[in-house]
Design a protein around this ligand. Sequence first.
Ligand SMILES: Cc1cc2nc3c(=O)[nH]c(=O)nc-3n(C[C@H](O)[C@H](O)[C@H](O)COP(=O)(O)O)c2cc1C
Ligand code: SF4
Ligand code: FES
Length: 534
Amino acid sequence: MELLRELLDLQCQHGYLADQQLEELAQRRGVPRYHIEGLVSFYSQFRRTPPPARQVAVCRDVVCQINGCGTLRTRLEQLAENDEDLEIVEVSCLGRCDQAPAVAVNHHPAGPATDPNGLLDDSTVPWLEVPRSRDWQVDPYRTVDDRYGTLEQLVSDIPALANSCISQLNDAGLRGMGGAGFPTGRKWELVAAESSDTKYVICNADESEPGTFKDRMLLATLPHLVIEGMALAGLTVGATRGIIFLRHEYSIEQEALETALEDARARGVLGSDAAGSGRAFEIEIFTSPGGYILGEETALLEALEDRRGEPRNKPPYPGQVGLFGEPTLINNVETFVLSVPIIAHGSDWWKRQGAEGFSGLKFVSLSGDVTRPGVYEIPVGTTVAELIKQAGGVRDGAAVRAFLPGGASSRFLPADRLDTPLDFDTIANAGSMLGTGAVIIIAEGRDLFDLATNLVRFFRNESCGKCVPCRIGSHHAVGVLERVADGTTSTNSLEELPALAQTLEQTSICGLGQVALVPILSMLEHFPDEVPRP
Ligand SMILES: Cc1cc2nc3c(=O)[nH]c(=O)nc-3n(C[C@H](O)[C@H](O)[C@H](O)COP(=O)(O)O)c2cc1C
Ligand code: SF4
Ligand code: FES
């Protein structure tokens, strides 16, 4: 952690990493220069040349493509042609798909960026601000003074606190909201059962998959529940140290989080006697050096251990062998947030919150062709059609052609499945996956082949390169798709993709490679007529 933190500090101070700084760092820390070079070349946030006076980073991913990022970038590039002080770069999803096309000007978030000229002067940039607090149902506290009440009520008896947290979470059936849906109570139970004296709790706030931005909203508006959920988890599993692994593009949300951490320390919720429990629990923020792959839990651990963020083989799972070899509980931001109301009100309350036949509440990132994209708190079991209605309908009154119910790694579904309830099992039965609950709506008239290619390109770009099939296979697939699109190869080439997808699925170490071709295969299954014909 310390080495990457020092590199990030140097980059922040000077805007780039010069040879001399790296040499001095290597000597000061007594680490070989090649190790430092290995880190700098792996992580996307580092640069080795002085930055321009103005850099405009334009998101190139699927939701921004729907919202015209291609035209925006072309016009910006024209403006930059004779301007040495202006650099235009394409970047992967900025986590602000509700503000598409999203940009970052000198690393500060902005959007929707409709006027390229407006991005050239600070006074006309549509800067984004952290949203003011929102009235979410999951927040059990009506006033600021009430916050942390659940933790404070339980801390007098730690074994009882642990039992209560685990049994309420198990009974509620809460599943992880980071994509894989692993049962949360079971995970806390497994880490609690480990005998080590040193354990860690990590909040995964790396959120980088196109279409996913709910964690950003939760960090900004419910940071006290993130902290309380982590503290309850720390006391349950026997950890004294918590780390929030935060994507670097969430700088404005980081301020809200830091304020909440200060407040929690001032109240005595964090520290050597956390909430008066007699146990220590402290939380620090680690800013990600960049890259979608770092959201994968073992890649995240590698980064925290100052190595290149390449996923580890599993098992062993982080719950047994995690950070620095110690048992580590890793949960998503939303998972920690939801754990608090469940523990506060009980699992029966939670079960009553769902739509008929379903349990609980869910935060959904809704984007694409809808009138009001954004984060919605819905009863689990709400249908996609109902969600679109809440968001003011499809943009410009168009009809839906397709949708992705769980972000970039889920399968396209056709419009006739809009009545599917948003729930892990029902979406799986409908042929896709809920994942992180990132619903992307695609209206009639969009080029689905192009959008599916964009998604495969995202996985190709973000592959860490550790597994040959993922590194080479995703690159090859993008090549095939691009050649089919421009007519330089026959559409018959698409026939090799199912076998390639199967190879990736069976031989990739992590979920990225396993799903890299899912977008195009599902698009071809449901919309074969969308293939460009010569
Ligand atoms: C390529 C890849 C990227 C991921 N990115 C994230 C992420 O940004 N945030 C997250 O919480 N989980 C992410 N995950 C899932 C994590 O590996 C892990 O399952 C999750 O953090 C566990 O928390 P949960 O049980 O609360 O869902 C990712 C997985 C993969 C394969
Ligand atoms: S599947 Fe891809 S992203 Fe995952 S470890 Fe292998 S090469 Fe890296
Ligand atoms: S910000 Fe562009 S796809 Fe997410």
